[in-house]
Ligand binder design. Sequence first.
Ligand code: GDP
Ligand code: MG
Length: 352
Amino acid sequence: MKFVDEVSIAVQAGDGGDGCLSFRREKFIRFGGPNGGDGGDGGSVYLEADQGLNTLVDYRFHKHFKAKSGQAGMGSECTGRGGEDLVLKVPVGTVVWDATTHEQMGDLIKPNQRLLIAQGGFHGLGNMRFKSSCNQAPRQTTKGRPGESRQLRLELKVLADIGLLGLPNAGKSTFIRSVSAATPKVADYPFTTLYPNLGVVKVAQGQSFVIADIPGVIEGAAEGAGLGIRFLKHLARTRILLHIVDVAPVDGSDPVVNARAIAHELVKFNPELAERERWLVLNKIDLLSPEEREAHCDAIVKGLEWAGPVFKISAIQREGTQQLCYALINRLDEMGPMYAESEEDLAEDQSP
Ligand code: GDP
Ligand code: MG
């Protein structure tokens, strides 16, 4: 099963600086020679694979990038300064396409790997370059070349860092919607009813994670064995499970009983997954009056004999959701880099 995070960006390399037309002018020298310097080269644009990134979400907000142009040459044989290169960081595993020709430009598979995506313009030549025995005072220069510009499509296969557990109606989809910046494309997947609901959560520049609501993951496993295994593979990359519990179900059921049922199912579904770090998220606290909130939530935690982390949120009103996201990114950081360990993790979706 694979999810594809995809963005389009436009890049423009810097133009080359023009060559300079200039002659030496000094009081007691009547015919000073040509001394116009060359321009500087324009800066190029590169993509660089960065281990610390795991989504392309930053490029959903900022899509146009331009490297600096080279400066024009100057008199007294001065060369213009070259434009600085621009290096854009992307997660390891990013595939780069030219959006115009649909050609693949490269595949950034190794940390710190660099790919030139737009060449800076070559510098123009100053008139001092054109001096020759038969032309002592050339007035010729060349212009800098324009930098390359390109439309690119970046593609990254992503695996969820955070998995959501919970009964239907607990608020999983609402939670994803309230915290995520965008939803990556989900690749063709035959089991449409079990389509995972996915979001990319951006906490700060360069800090993001992928969250997946996998509805029916638990019920699904009992049915198709193959499906169960594939979900399992996907979940193998999940670092933290959030167990979302509705604190005030409309059907009047007991949140403690509901939560126990899910925990039970999880053990049956996959004992290994049940060992994974799990946080309790008490949702819909907006339905409780401020006075009863504390006691009501405490009672659920006690009833579950829950000793792990607890968060109280209202997914719909975005109350407590930001704190939860910060806590998640901090914990994920502590756990180490999040890129896929092997190609296999990402490529298991070839079979039907
Ligand atoms: P899912 O089945 O777990 O994905 O649950 P949904 O996200 O679809 O939510 C089920 C229902 O609960 C919807 O009607 C939501 O509007 C509602 N809901 C979700 N979160 C909250 C919340 O924080 N407060 C309240 N009052 N309702 C919520
Ligand atoms: Mg849902």
